[in-house]
Write a protein that binds this ligand. Sequence first.
Ligand code: G1P
Length: 268
Amino acid sequence: MIKKAVIPAAGYGTRSLPVTKSVPKEMFPVGNKPAIQLIVEEAVAAGIEEILIVLSRQKNMIVDYFDRSLELETFLDHANKRDLLPKVEPPNVTIQYIRQPYAKGLGDAVLLAKQFAGNEPFAILLPDDIILNQTQPGIAQLINNFEQKKGSVVGLLEVEQQYLHKYGVIDGEKIDEQVYRIKDMVEKPKHNPPSNKAVIGRYVFDPSIFSYLGKVKPGAGNEIQLTDAVKAMLHDYPCYGTLIDGKRYDIGSHAEYLQLNNELFDEK
Ligand code: G1P
């Protein structure tokens, strides 16, 4: 069973400036919850018990949000608004934090989770990617696959040609209804993407990923890329891609962020 998850939340959120000068994009409201709460809820629903959030400076709002607020709890209690108390309780999961001192990329942020993971497999959830699914949380779909295939798994989405340059893209062989065995991977391909299957922000890895992360050189955007570490790992270990069943919204895209809020509003 996978019990640990890492949430990298150290990026600058440049696509959403200027608000991200002081409000982390992980705290953008989705309905009446911050986006990162939906990510934590997805992880908890998939059986995760311990979470490590990788932060940078300016992200203390996230730490405060997941802590208890004693003044607020006391106020609600005294003001006869006890029915609201469950809304302000921290989630039922252990959350730890680590800071990424230099913005060296997603791969570098994940490498900071080496001690946290120890020798256990672990999940990664990128908080930009909100996945709505009625039946099974996105990360739970990957965990199932990891357990069946005994190999690392990345989440996939079919993306139109003109947008593939924004993603990690796989070259893979279809081995099951939703599952591909990955043969190659390219981060943000400028030309000739190897397929229309893009990586979305859900992964389950064996701890062997850390030795590859420790060796990869800066890649796309001059950053240490997780995709490059997975690509290096493919020589030694099988790795799979699962097409995630669900609707995915990138909250760094203003249009998708608005669509997501509309979608949740419609459901009420
Ligand atoms: C990251 C990954 C990329 C993946 C994407 C999904 O890129 O590096 O492989 O396709 O997340 O959201 P970023 O969006 O951080 O540039």
